[in-house]
Design a protein around this ligand. Structure first.
Ligand code: PA5
Length: 466
């Protein structure tokens, strides 16, 4: 089990045309990193994500529920959004066989399907409910705050549908609320109605919560080896105790991205795994990096890199043209996988046709791996910053390690940028406007501000006639 980080192609002297992070910058950043590291690790009591992987009690809270419901349900329906949905989705995509929800019960080893409603689009919710047999469905309502508008709307709809399917009394037995130990509407509902509830520790925020019951409970339900997941994360946390930049993988990732952005104008930061199972990991990373680092600093300046998800080799036929020849404003971090499952040889058919003949005898794993190396080399040859995280294989241990690597890197990057990585004040105004339009009590001030905004101007609207 191993994971390594190769950042050769981020460095000056390697990249042509004077591009790259200089030895001097890297050396000077070591002291800055030590301060960032001290600041993060001094807050271990506040930053609950640092100890999630080693909390036996927390793990037990998920495993107890998973054991209690084992065999009773064919489907798990997770209601949530943002950090309460992206982690579970990434875990399912990475660690269950492809198209998990389309497999038969036998192919799933008797484990349930997992559906995640991470939006309030009526088309998706309606069709999901139409397809589910709610008499055999467990509903996880996941919200740290316990009151997020989208999740509450999902809950109200699904609770009603459950009550119609199984009756009010039995519906309670189909619900598990995953939320803050004390505050929020979900906690109140759990208390008032005696509905099963699992705690997200008070000091763990949404996008840092994947290794809390937010991710661990659904993962355990669908048969993911959650102990291995946590062990991978714990390994990275232990490795990251050292404040020396050269030996701290999450620290090196954070510092390189920060230097690339703030000293070299590489403000768009692409995460590009070469593996379908890691496709949703890139989306999970996007939320983590964007919502944590896109902030106004105390001195009033706006900072924050823009994360961009990509997938190899698919995006070689889409975004890579932009990465190669577009503005010099990007870094690309690849995730390369050594061991692939089901890696059969490509048949040696049409040996006489040059466009096909050379492929015979190679495996698909070789092909995708060579394509990753070729793309990294091509970017480097054109002075484009890139780095590669190598993992031995995609399994629970390595996924836990990757997720904790990015979570720690985000915390360090918050310190480097001088922002609080753990809040999200920028999403508040839009929420308040929505509350105002929906008539929520207490949103009168937002209503006045909304009413005072300029309205759509017909001069600036185009509606082509039919
Ligand atoms: O990272 C965050 O804090 C947010 O993206 C939240 O996860 C998201 O807003 C959902 O919040 P909650 O879990 O409180 O419903």
């Amino acid at each position: 089990m191993a994971l390594s980080f190769d950042f050769t192609n981020m460095m000056a002297g390697v990249l042509p045309h004077d591009a790259g992070i200089t030895e001097r910058e890297w050396h000077d950043a070591a002291a800055t990193f030590t301060r960032a590291h001290t600041a993060v690790h001094a807050r271990t009591a506040d930053l609950g994500f640092l100890t999630l992987a080693t909390s036996e009690a927390l793990l037990a809270s998920s495993l107890t529920v998973a054991e209690r419901v084992n065999g009773r349900f064919d489907d798990v329906l997770l209601l949530g959004i943002g950090g309460s949905a992206l982690g579970p989705i990434a875990l399912r995509t990475a660690l269950c066989p492809p198209r998990w929800n389309e497999l038969t019960a036998a192919q799933r080893g008797g484990r349930p399907r997992l559906h995640v409603l991470d939006n309030v689009d009526p088309a998706t919710i309606g069709s999901t409910l139409d397809r589910l047999d709610l008499t055999r469905t467990l509903v996880l309502v996941v919200s740290k705050s316990g009151g997020t508008v989208e999740t509450m709307a999902q809950y109200l709809i699904v609770r009603d549908a459950l009550a119609q399917a199984v009756g009010e009394e039995a519906a309670r037995d189909h619900l598990v609320l995953v939320t803050d130990p004390e505050v929020g509407a979900l906690r109140r509902i759990a208390r008032d109605e005696g509905i099963a509830a699992v705690e997200i520790p008070a000091n763990v925020g949404g996008r840092f919560s994947v290794l809390s019951p937010v991710g661990i409970l659904p993962a355990a339900l669908i048969g993911i080896d959650v102990r291995a997941l946590l062990a991978g994360a714990a390994h990275i946390t232990a490795q990251a105790q050292g404040a020396e930049l050269a030996g701290n993988l999450p620290g090196a990732f954070a510092v390189l991205q920060w230097l690339a952005d703030t000293r070299h104008g590489r403000s768009v930061q692409v995460l590009m795994p070469y593996a379908d199972p890691l496709r949703d990991l890139a989306l999970w990373f996007v939320q983590l990096w964007a919502e944590s680092l896109g902030k106004i600093r105390p001195d009033g300046t706006s900072v924050g890199p823009t994360p961009l998800p990509a997938l190899g080799a698919t995006d070689q036929h889409s975004q890579v043209q932009l990465f190669m020849e577009g503005p010099q404003d990007k870094t690309v971090t690849f995730v390369a996988v050594k061991g692939r499952t089901n890696d059969g040889r490509i048949p040696a058919r049409h040996a006489d046709i040059p466009e096909l003949g050379y492929l015979g005898g190679h495996t698909l794993g070789e092909l995708i791996d060579i394509e990753q190396r070729a793309t990294a080399g091509a970017l480097a040859a054109r002075g484009r910053f890139n780095a590669t995280i190598h993992v031995d294989r995609i399994d629970a241990w390595h996924l836990g390690a990757l997720m904790q690597l990015f979570a720690l890197a985000t915390a360090y990057a918050g310190e480097l940028y001088g922002v609080n990585a753990f809040d999200q004040p920028g999403v508040e105004l839009g929420k308040q406007f929505a509350y105002a339009m929906l008539g929520r009590a207490g949103s009168e001030a937002a209503r006045s501000e909304w009413d005072a905004l300029p309205k759509p101007n017909p001069r600036y609207m185009i509606t082509p006639g039919v």
